[in-house]
Write a protein that binds this ligand. Sequence first.
Ligand code: ADP
Ligand code: MG
Length: 207
Amino acid sequence: MIDNKKLVAIVQATAKRIETEKDFLTELDNAIGDGDHGINLARGFAAVEKKLPELAEKDLGAILKGIGMALVSNVGGASGPLYGTAYMKAGAALKGKAELTPEGLAAAFDAAIGGVQMRGKAHEGEKTMLDAQMPACKAYKEAIAAGKDMKAAVHEAVEAARKGVEYTKTILATKGRASYLGERSIGHQDPGATSSLMILEELEKAL
Ligand code: ADP
Ligand code: MG
């Protein structure tokens, strides 16, 4: 069961994971961007961690909203506003909720992706974080509809996100900095899709 205490623990684990993977994410961004994705996200999640004590007693929606606001205001680069909006929209979908239900998580995923698309105007297949997020969300919802529990459904989501990251190696970037590279972006996995996979993996570990 995910309540506010558990959510805070998941976010702490996510912050730790991002800090650990900072150099790897930056290396990925070096290949097709400007080499700051790990630095950007680590800075953002460090700010989130600092803010967690004042969010910890709130409901799930308010915690996620606070996380989103910290990301938007502390991360330069495209990923700050994109992830920030994703968390804020997920927060709006879970406004006032004390516990996360399987349906609540589906609504939060949908809202988060809607936020990323609203901000970034990208679609699936453009070599962005959406190529991990959208298949993951679809797999999650299908698993819930098929009667699986949240843990099993999140596992399906992680598997789909992992495939999505692999898929980004095969396609051309048409949004974000990587699009400046044209054909040369092929062969490299997208940094944002990779960090999205990590965020989902930390959720799975906690369940
Ligand atoms: P910047 O590109 O400004 O240096 P980051 O390096 O932190 O920002 O983030 C790059 C990641 O942001 C990309 O790998 C990609 O996944 C994601 N991204 C960039 N533009 C978009 C967009 N329009 N929609 C969705 N994701 C995007
Ligand atoms: Mg970058």
